[in-house]
Ligand binder design. Sequence first.
Ligand SMILES: Cc1ncc(CN)c(N)n1
Length: 216
Amino acid sequence: MQDQSRPTEVLRQGKIVDWTAATTHAFTRELSDGTLPENKMRWYLQQDYQFVDGFVRLLASAIAHAPTLADSVPAAQFLAVITGPENTYFLRAMDALGTEPSTEPAPATRAFQDLMAEAAASGRYQNMLAVLVVAEWVYLSWASPENPPKDGLPFWFAEWITLHAGEGFESVVDYLRSQLDIVWPTLDAAEQAEVTRLFHRAVELERDFFDAAYAA
Ligand SMILES: Cc1ncc(CN)c(N)n1
């Protein structure tokens, strides 16, 4: 399928202003340059670790709703990355920056947790994919131009780039997009409208999350 005609590309274009803001944000630019103030990174790590909690539940729900075992395997392998290397990255980075996990969600975190819980509770595979596609595609988009990380970048910046770029992560995003592209034409108008709302809300929330982290 040509990229321009992929349903996920049409969905992305429908929210392009927020998409561009989220994928070219001062937060990720400074993170990649190594100039991001540590207090902003501490805030981000504490809040994003709470985001990951909801994300793992959403991804597990998508695995449970995938139409076949073959459709679920890439997501299950990705779940192992999130709960393995990504989880330990958070713990090491917070430790190195002298902070600890928190259970106090900021408004931007709470809004994302609510959206992920809504998508999971809907019981609809396409709704889960809508939020998952945005969350991972936004990160691939900002991180890819920054990969490989600049020499000498502290690991808490460098590994956040390498976890979201490169062939393995590109294939995760392409898999999630393909799952949504395939299911899209089978949906009725109301179902497509629901996917569109969730997808576009997730793009807004990605932007809000970086805005909140940068304002910390
Ligand atoms: C808010 C947010 N969105 C996406 C990702 C990418 N896993 C993340 N870590 N945090």
